[in-house]
Ligand binder design. Structure first.
Ligand SMILES: [Fe+2]
Ligand SMILES: [Fe+2]
Length: 163
C-alpha cells in the first residue's frame, strides 16, 4: 500500500484488484468458490462505482463539458449493477458461468475506456495537486459508503435479535 492520493492511481489500483479477482474465478474449480469470489467483486465494485460517480465523474462532468463520455460510464455502471443482481439470482450453473464471463468482458471494456478516455480528460484539466484532492474526496466517499452500509447492517441485526 502506498500513500498515494492521486485519483488516477487509486482508481487504476482498484481496477487491477477487481480484474485479478476475475482471473481467480477462472482458476477456481468449484462453483461455490467462484461464487464466493464473485461476492467480493460485487462488494468492491459497488463501492468503487458509487464513489467514482459521486466524486471523479461528477467533477469531470461539471468541469470538462464531456457529458456524453461520463454518461456512457454511468450507464455501464448501472448495467453492471443490474447484471450482478442477475448473477446473484442465477441458479443454473452453466448460465452462471456464461454470465460471469460476460460480466468480466463488460468490466474489462469499461475499465479500459475509463483509463484511456476519461483519465485523458482528467489529465488535461487538472494538475497533480487537484488530482490528489479528488483522490482524497474519493477515499472519503468510499469510507462514508462503508460506514453507512455498516450502520444499516448493525440496525438490521438489532431488529433480528428483537424478533
Ligand atoms: Fe473505475
Ligand atoms: Fe467506472
Amino acid at each position: 500500500m502506498t500513500n498515494n492520493k492521486n485519483i488516477l492511481e487509486i482508481l487504476q489500483n482498484e481496477h487491477t484488484q477487481v480484474l485479478d479477482l476475475f482471473s481467480q474465478i477462472e482458476k477456481e474449480k468449484t462453483l461455490e468458490k467462484k461464487q464466493e469470489i464473485f461476492k467480493k467483486i460485487k462488494t468492491e465494485l459497488d463501492k468503487h462505482n458509487h464513489a467514482e460517480e459521486r466524486t471523479f465523474y461528477k467533477k469531470i462532468k461539471e468541469e470538462s463539458g464531456q457529458k456524453l463520455l461520463i454518461t456512457v460510464g454511468q450507464e455501464e455502471h448501472e448495467l453492471a449493477e443490474r447484471f450482478m443482481d442477475e448473477l446473484e439470482n442465477e441458479s443454473d450453473e452453466v448460465k452462471w458461468l456464461a454470465k460471469i464471463q460476460i460480466l468480466k468482458t463488460l468490466v474489462e471494456d469499461h475499465v479500459s475506456d475509463e483509463e484511456e478516455d476519461i483519465f485523458e480528460v482528467a489529465k488535461q484539466i487538472y494538475n497533480v495537486k487537484e488530482l490528489e484532492m479528488i483522490g482524497e474526496e474519493f477515499l472519503a466517499e468510499k469510507k462514508n459508503i462503508m460506514e453507512s452500509k455498516g450502520f444499516v447492517g448493525a440496525l438490521q441485526n438489532m431488529f433480528k435479535r428483537k424478533t
